[in-house]
Design a protein around this ligand. Structure first.
Ligand code: DSN
Length: 415
């Protein structure tokens, strides 16, 4: 980054500081990952200069012959990766992908049945302060109080009673396999459209390590920067019959010029996801999550729903210490170089600012090459820090060990 260093030392120094922070800490935020140098190079490419409102071969600007090729390549790779009939690669993020789907097939006031944020859903699935809760009528399903898993019979009963126009399946903090075929049957029975938001599990879906919603759902939305390990962005897949409506909803409905540099980077990521080594990576993501969950459980930390089927877990902090909040846990672990996020657990009596849980995910650590032995080590450190209630000497000792582990497993940006 010699040009950045010469032209704007202040920004250069901040980029270096962030790279150093990422390299020196263990990222257990379930929605984050470390991209390859190739993805970063595409993101930082000359495509950032180009206006390309419209779609390949139908643009409102001249000079689009090369962006047409890159966007078409990205579309083709997305369709092939997921076996989808149509792909729109222009949404800037997962929320804008969901917004475009609603815009394409709903009228303001129509009813959406989605998973509540309190039980693991997402803001854009109907939270009152989000656009989704403001412009649509929302009904929410949660998880069963005993199993902490989605009860498909309860969802069916609710769907038949609420008669939503659209059912949303997908979550930000749900550690179990989603029954897309079951949701599709419910949607058919009550005459609703089905949207699957696979933002968290897209990599696992692309590698057939989680059942795919593509054959079942009218629309599939995702981010591209979590388990897919691409740039920070979004994607919509849909049946061919919805292609025109979706494309119109994204542009000119909700967005202007697409970010062709990010689309180029998505093409790189989708290309990488189609390689056998990506499936090996995703297998290890799941194996690491299981190893970490098992190791924490063996130390007496209750894992919500009793375990994990995917890349993340929720830890009920009350199981070892009634007074321990997610806020405290996040702060103490971060001081030791372990970054995660506080998270409400189902039926949590505490607020979202405090929480009784923390969410841990393994995509980023697995990208660094970590496997089960490192997960055991990590569980030990987490247990020790939380048991010591953030004791400064304990944190300082473990911070040193975390730094050594980080050095042994560099992030792609410093390899
Ligand atoms: N905010 C993201 C997460 O952390 O799960 C979801 O979009």
């Amino acid at each position: 980054m010699s040009h950045l260093e010469t032209d704007d030392k202040q920004v250069y120094d901040l980029v270096c500081a962030e790279r150093k922070r990422q390299q020196g800490m263990l990222d257990l935020i379930a929605s984050e990952n470390h991209t390859s140098r190739a993805v970063m190079e595409a993101t930082g490419s000359v495509f950032t200069d180009k206006y390309a409102e419209g779609y390949p071969q139908k643009r409102y600007y001249g000079g689009c012959e090369v962006v047409d090729d890159i966007e078409q390549l990205c579309i083709d790779r997305a369709k092939a990766l997921f076996g989808a009939e149509h792909a729109n690669v222009q949404p800037h993020c997962g929320t804008s992908a969901n917004m475009a789907v609603y815009y394409a097939c709903l009228q303001p006031g129509d009813k959406i049945l989605g998973m509540s944020l309190a039980c693991g859903g997402h803001l854009s699935h109907g939270l009152s302060v989000n656009f989704s809760g403001r412009y649509y009528t929302i009904a929410s399903y949660g998880v069963d109080e005993k199993t902490e898993m989605i009860d498909m019979d309860a969802v069916r009963r609710q769907a038949l009673a609420e008669k939503p126009k659209l059912i949303m399946v997908g979550a930000s903090a749900y550690p179990r396999t989603l029954d897309f075929a079951g949701f599709a049957a419910i949607a058919r029975e009550c005459g609703a459209l089905l949207v699957a938001d696979i933002a968290h599990i897209a990599g696992l879906v692309a590698t057939a390590l989680h059942p795919s919603p593509v054959p079942h759902a009218d629309f599939v939305t995702t981010t591209t920067h979590k388990t897919l390990r691409g740039p920070r962005s979004g994607l919509i897949l849909c049946k061919a019959k919805w292609a025109r409506e979706i494309d119109k909803a994204v542009f000119p409905g909700l967005q202007g010029g697409p970010l062709e540099h990010v689309i180029a980077a998505k093409a790189v990521a989708f290309g990488a996801c189609a390689k056998p080594e990506f499936k090996t990576y995703c297998r290890q993501v799941i194996a690491n999550a299981k190893a970490l969950a098992d190791a924490l459980a063996s130390k007496g930390w209750r894992i919500v729903s009793g375990g994990t089927d995917n890349h993340l877990m929720l830890v009920d902090l009350r199981s070892r210490d009634e007074d321990l909040t997610g806020q405290d846990a996040q702060q103490w672990l971060e001081a030791a170089g372990i970054v995660c996020n506080k998270n409400k657990i189902p039926f949590d009596p505490r607020s979202a600012a405090q929480t009784s849980g923390m969410r841990l995910g393994t995509p980023a650590l697995t990208t660094r090459g970590m496997t089960e032995p490192q997960m055991q080590q990590l569980a030990g450190w987490i247990d020790t820090i939380l048991a010591a209630r953030g004791d400064a000497a304990v944190i300082a000792r473990i911070r040193g060990q975390v730094s050594e582990l980080c050095e042994a497993f560099p992030i792609p940006a410093v390899r």
